[in-house]
Design a binder for this molecule. Structure first.
Ligand SMILES: *Cc1c(COP(=O)(O)O)cnc(C)c1O
Length: 361
């Protein structure tokens, strides 16, 4: 058995999907499971979320893996195809594609397919990442509708830049632009919301919602945790204590001695490091859960180990279980101590970690 374990609760994933259903009653749900199901394991996640109406991925390889595992539901490439050679592959495997450049459109027009592809037209309403500008929509629609390689029911989509900030006015600017655009072009199928927009009900009457992070029980909102939004964290990342020692006032800990003991205390060495994906940027004081309490990380994160201050009167033993994030300790808090977001922590676990699935029925 490996030392660091990412324990994933399939029933938590299912609970979180039900939560999306409650919040977006009238919309179909595309379960976003790119980047290996946000680090939880692509196939296991997709199977647990089989009540979703479709899956969203970012790379064609992810779509292949889903099909190879026997999943027959619709799969959308959220960034479309990156190479002309992929077009026939999309058609044969029933992969749907986002279109966001003129180049993709021209390549679709030049293909010769037996089965047309379902297209989602991505419109840039202010994020300035992917998407055509609003004044290109008319031309794109005309060409898509005239193209025999494209099926009839085009979905208009956009992505919000600031949905995680509930009071940000720019959300309303983007939604107003999108709403005007879909009305002007009589587009009846729409998709706007990521998790944050689902939770804040920013755009309620779309055909499709596209939640990712909330399915994994993690809050997309700044300064809140999954459980505060009725979600259950799907992953518990845990490991063990491999050494305990007493240190004296003034002793320095770890590389470059960045932390110094202010009193005589006990230190535990824990078997996890950046080689497992625990963030090296975790600062002194980052919470770690151990025997029913939080203890602070002290000293630098090493490749294979971290050190925590147990306090002078600790009872902890070698072999005791340590939780790095999960139900007991919100990953959003750990992320804040590392100046990052939970998304990144989840995605960066390495193959040295063992994934275990629980609550599987
Ligand atoms: C990743 C992604 C999502 C999901 O975002 P979350 O914040 O994880 O809910 C939705 N839409 C698009 C286009 C994405 O790339």
């Amino acid at each position: 058995m490996k030392t660091a374990v990412a324990e994933v609760s399939l029933s938590a994933l299912k609970h979180n999907l039900l939560q999306v259903k409650k919040l977006a009653k009238d919309s179909k749900i595309m379960a976003v499971c790119k980047a290996n199901g946000y680090g939880h394991g692509l196939i296991k996640v997709a199977e647990a979320l089989s009540d979703a109406d479709a899956y969203g991925v970012a790379r064609i390889e992810e779509a292949f893996k889903l099909r190879a595992s026997g999943i027959s539901k619709s799969i959308l490439l959220l960034e479309g195809f990156f190479s002309e050679e992929d077009i026939p592959v999309l058609s044969v495997n029933n992969f749907q594609t986002v279109i966001h450049t003129e180049q993709q459109l021209a390549q679709l027009e030049q293909s010769n397919l037996d089965i047309p592809i379902k297209v989602w037209l991505k419109i840039d309403t202010g994020m300035s990442r992917l998407g055509i500008s609003i004044n290109q929509v008319e031309e794109f629609l005309a060409r898509l509708k005239a193209c025999p390689n494209v099926s009839d029911d085009i979905v208009a989509m956009t992505h919000l830049a600031c949905a995680d900030e509930i009071d940000n006015e720019f959300n309303h600017t983007q939604i107003a632009r999108f709403t005007r655009c879909v009305k002007a072009h009589n587009l009846s199928k729409t998709s706007v919301s990521n998790s944050a927009a689902v939770i804040t009900n920013l755009f309620y009457n779309s055909t499709w919602v596209r939640p990712g992070i909330m399915l994994y029980g993690v809050s997309p909102m700044q300064n809140s945790s999954g459980s505060e939004n009725n979600l259950i964290p799907a992953m518990t990342f845990k490991t063990k204590i491999i050494s305990i020692k007493s240190i004296l006032t003034g002793d320095k800990v770890g590389y470059s001695g960045t932390w110094q003991a202010k009193q005589d205390t006990n230190l535990a060495v824990i078997a996890v490091g950046y080689g497992d994906g625990y963030p090296r940027h975790a600062k002194n004081g980052t919470p770690v859960w151990l025997n029913g309490r939080e203890v602070p990380l002290v000293g630098r994160v090493s490749m294979d180990m971290i050190t925590v201050d147990l306090g002078p009167h600790s009872q902890d033993k070698i072999g005791d279980e340590v939780i790095l994030w999960g139900n007991e300790l919100a990953i959003e808090r750990v992320a804040a101590w590392c100046d990052t977001i939970a998304y990144e922590l989840l995605c960066q676990l390495t193959t040295r970690v063992e994934w275990k699935y629980i609550n599987t029925d």
